[in-house]
Design a protein around this ligand. Structure first.
Ligand SMILES: NC(=O)c1ccc[n+]([C@@H]2O[C@H](COP(=O)([O-])OP(=O)(O)OC[C@H]3O[C@@H](n4cnc5c(N)ncnc54)[C@H](OP(=O)(O)O)[C@@H]3O)[C@@H](O)[C@H]2O)c1
Length: 495
C-alpha cells in the first residue's frame, strides 16, 4: 500500500456502526498522542513528563510516535517546548544521556492552536496527524490515535464530539482511537451519568480510559499480588480476624491559591469518592476469575454495590481555620477540607468490619496509607494487648513501604513482650529501582489497550451512588463542617 492511500480525501468514510473492535489489535504502528489542554497545569506537570519518561525507556519510539499539543492559547511549537522543558527532569538512574534525549523528545512535539467547540481547529489537527501518518508511511491498520483530555470536564462533551467528527482513525481495517479523561467525572450521580451518556454516545466503553491516578501507584498495583499470591493473607483477610481497615490521605498544606478549584468540589469529591474508594475496592474485593480487566472490574463493582448507606453519625466533616482567607474561596463557604466516614460492606467477608476513610488538607503530616488492624489475640497470656494490635500497614506515599506490626519477645533475659516491625521499605529494598510515576504506567496502559487500571462506567455510577445523598446534604448546608487548626490531626470529634 502506498502512503497515498492515507490522504484525507481517499480515506474510507467513518463507519456509523462505529467502533473498531478493540480486542486483539496489534500495538504497533504509527502512534499519534494528542494532549488537549496542552497549555495547562496537568499537561506540563504530569502528562508531558510521563510521555518523556516513556520515551526515555524506549516505550515510545521516534520512528512511530508524534505528540500534538492542542489548546486555545496562541503559542508556537517552540513556546510549548519551552514551557514544558523545565518539567522534564531526569530521575536518579537516568541522568546519563538526558540532554540528548530531551532535545530529541521535544522535536517530536508539535502545537496546534484551536478552540474546543468548533471544527476548524480539529480539522487542522486531523490534517497534522494525517501528515504525520503519511510521513511515517503508516500502513492501513496501524494508525493509533490517543487523545488525552487534560481539560476541565465542562468541555469534555464538545471536545469528544469534535474528535468523533473530525479526528478519528478512519481506517476500516484496524488501528484505533482512544480517549483518556481525568477526574472529576461529574459532581454527583446525575451529572456523572449525564457526562457518561454524552461521551458514551460518541465512544464505546473500550475506547474510554477514565484515569484515577491512584490506580497507577506502585503499592496500589501491588494490592492484588499481595492478597492473592500470598498464602499468609488468604485465611486472615476477613471479618473473623480483622477489626477495622483505615484508608487515609493527609496533606500538610492547604489550598495554596487553588481554593477556587477545590471549593467547587471539596475533599469528598476530590479524594474520597475516587482515590480512596478505588483503594477500598482493591482491599475488599473477592479474587477475580483472572487478571483480565473485565474480571477485575466486575469484582470491584460488586464491592461498591455491597456498600450500605453511610450513616450521619459515622461522618465527621471539618474545615481548617484560615481556609476562608484564601482569596479564591467564596465568602462563607462550608466546603469540607477534611472528612472521615465509615463505609460498611454488607457481604459474607466483611459484615461488621468498619472501613474508615479519612482525608484532609492542612493536617500534621503528608501521607496516604492503608492500615489493616487485626483483632486482639484471644486468651492473651502475655498481657501484650496494651502494647497494640497486630497491624499491617501499606504506605502508598511518600516513601512506599509495607510493614507488619508484631508482638515479639523483648530481647534479653526477661520474658517480656514488645511491639516490633517486619519492614519492607522500598527505598532500602529496591535501591536501584526507579518506581515509575502513576501517569507513566497509565499512559502506557492506554497505548497497550489495557483497561485494568481504569474506572469502568458502572464502577463510576456505583461510586457516585454511595456518596451522592451525603454530598447533596452538605451542598444544601445541612451537614456542617467543624473547625480545626492547620497542622493538627483534624477536628477533635474525628478521634
Ligand atoms: N493539575 C493537576 O495536577 C490535576 C490532577 C488530577 C486531575 N486533574 C484534572 O485534569 C484536568 C486538567 O487539569 P489542569 O489543572 O491542567 O487544568 P487547567 O490548567 O485549569 O486547564 C487546562 C487547560 O484547559 C483550558 N481551559 C481552562 N479552563 C477552561 C474553560 N473553562 N473552558 C475551556 N478551556 C479551559 C486552558 O487552555 P487554553 O485556554 O489554552 O485552551 C488550560 O490551559 C482537570 O479535569 C483536572 O480536574 C488535574
Amino acid at each position: 500500500m502506498t502512503s497515498d492511500k492515507w490522504s484525507i480525501e481517499k480515506r474510507a468514510p467513518l463507519r456509523n456502526d462505529s467502533v473498531l473492535k478493540e480486542e486483539n489489535v496489534p500495538e504497533i504502528g504509527c502512534l499519534s498522542i494528542v494532549v488537549l489542554g496542552a497549555s495547562g497545569d496537568l499537561a506540563k506537570k504530569k502528562t508531558f513528563p510521563a510521555l518523556f519518561n516513556l520515551y526515555r525507556q524506549g516505550f515510545l519510539q521516534s520512528h512511530e510516535v508524534y505528540i500534538f499539543g492542542y489548546a486555545r492559547t496562541k503559542i508556537s511549537d517552540e513556546e510549548l517546548r519551552d514551557r514544558i522543558r523545565g518539567y522534564l527532569v531526569p530521575s536518579k538512574n537516568t541522568v546519563e544521556g538526558h540532554e540528548e534525549d530531551l532535545t530529541n523528545f521535544l522535536q517530536l512535539i508539535k502545537y496546534v492552536c484551536g478552540s474546543y467547540d468548533t471544527e476548524e481547529g480539529y480539522q487542522l489537527l486531523d490534517k497534522e496527524i494525517s501528515e504525520h501518518e503519511i510521513y511515517r508511511n503508516c500502513t492501513e491498520g496501524s494508525s493509533r490515535r490517543l487523545f488525552y483530555l487534560a481539560l476541565p470536564p465542562s468541555v469534555y462533551p464538545p471536545v469528544c464530539k469534535m474528535i468523533r467528527k473530525c479526528c478519528m482513525n478512519k481506517s476500516d481495517l484496524g488501528g484505533w482511537t482512544r480517549i483518556v479523561v481525568e477526574k472529576p467525572f461529574g459532581r454527583d450521580l446525575e451529572s456523572a451519568e449525564q457526562l457518561s451518556n454524552q461521551i458514551g454516545e460518541l465512544f464505546e466503553e473500550p475506547q474510554i480510559y477514565r484515569i484515577d491516578h491512584y490506580l497507577g501507584k506502585e503499592l496500589v498495583q501491588n494490592l492484588l499480588v499481595l492478597r492473592f499470591a500470598n498464602r499468609f493473607f488468604m485465611p486472615l483477610w476477613n471479618r473473623d480476624n480483622i477489626d477495622n481497615i483505615q484508608i487515609v490521605f493527609r496533606e500538610d498544606f492547604g489550598t495554596d491559591g487553588r481554593g477556587g478549584y477545590f471549593d467547587q468540589y471539596g475533599i469528598i469529591r476530590d479524594i474520597i469518592q475516587n482515590h480512596l474508594l478505588q483503594v477500598l475496592c482493591l482491599v475488599a474485593m473477592e479474587k477475580p476469575v483472572s487478571l483480565k480487566p473485565e474480571h477485575i472490574r466486575d469484582e470491584k463493582v460488586k464491592v461498591l454495590q455491597s456498600v450500605v448507606p453511610i450513616k450521619d453519625e459515622e461522618v465527621v466533616l471539618g474545615q481548617y481555620d484560615g481556609y476562608l482567607e484564601d482569596p479564591t474561596v467564596p465568602d462563607g463557604s462550608y466546603t469540607p477540607t477534611f472528612a472521615t466516614m465509615v463505609l460498611r460492606i454488607h457481604n459474607e467477608r466483611w459484615e461488621g468490619v468498619p472501613f474508615i476513610l479519612k482525608a484532609g488538607k492542612a493536617l500534621n503530616s503528608r501521607k496516604a496509607e492503608i492500615r489493616v488492624q487485626f483483632k486482639d489475640v484471644p486468651g492473651d497470656i502475655f498481657k501484650s494487648k496494651k502494647q497494640g494490635r497486630n497491624e499491617f500497614v501499606i504506605r502508598l506515599q511518600p516513601s512506599e513501604a509495607m510493614y507488619m506490626k508484631l508482638t515479639v519477645k523483648q530481647p534479653g533475659l526477661k520474658m517480656s513482650t514488645v511491639q516490633s516491625e517486619m519492614d519492607l521499605s522500598y527505598g532500602q529494598r529496591y535501591q536501584d529501582v526507579t518506581i515509575p510515576e502513576a501517569y507513566e504506567r497509565l499512559i502506557l496502559d492506554t497505548i497497550r489497550g489495557d483497561q485494568q487500571h481504569f474506572v469502568r462506567r458502572d464502577e463510576l455510577k456505583a461510586a457516585w451512588e454511595i456518596f451522592t445523598p451525603l454530598l447533596h446534604r452538605i451542598d444544601k448546608g445541612e451537614f456542617k463542617s467543624l473547625p480545626y487548626k492547620p497542622g493538627s490531626r483534624g477536628p477533635e470529634e474525628s478521634g
